[in-house]
Design a protein around this ligand. Structure first.
Ligand SMILES: [Zn+2]
Length: 140
């Protein structure tokens, strides 16, 4: 999952006009903060760091693939709080600073990351993927 960019798997086929949809997606990502990392929830509700995008805020902050995010802004991630915390819009605005507590093997570290705006090319890619997955189906 690319930083929660993709809609859930049960997202219904999109029936809006493509242009309207693209405009809505661009609007959605206009103020959203970009970390530049894939995060996968593990069995404990913590988040495992997946692919880190080169040049992203995540890479600059030293996030490494395989590390586990155990807390966000001081709030430990559990099954209940992960979804709540990840859904908090004020954590994920461009320009916001996230405090991320990480564990990698026996080592624990804490980093602060200032989220950037989504790069235009990435938003374009997200729009493309959405159109491909939800508008150009082989249905009918
Ligand atoms: Zn759509």
């Amino acid at each position: 999952m690319s930083s929660f960019a993709a809609p859930p798997a049960d997202h219904p086929r999109c029936t809006r006009p493509v242009e309207e949809c693209a405009a809505r997606l661009k609007e959605t990502y206009r103020d959203r903060g970009w970390l530049g990392v894939e995060l996968d929830e593990n069995e404990n509700g913590a988040l495992r760091v997946g692919t880190v995008t080169p040049g992203s805020p995540a890479e600059k902050a030293g996030l490494k693939t395989g590390a586990i995010v155990v807390a966000l802004n001081g709030i430990p991630l559990t099954h209940d709080s992960t979804r709540g915390g990840m859904a908090r819009d004020d954590y994920w605005k461009a320009g916001a600073t996230l405090a991320i507590d990480l564990r990698r093997g026996p080592r624990s570290t804490s980093v602060r990351v200032t989220l950037q705006h989504y790069p235009d090319a990435l938003v374009a890619h997200i729009v493309e993927a959405h159109v491909r997955d939800y508008h150009q189906s082989a249905a009918n």
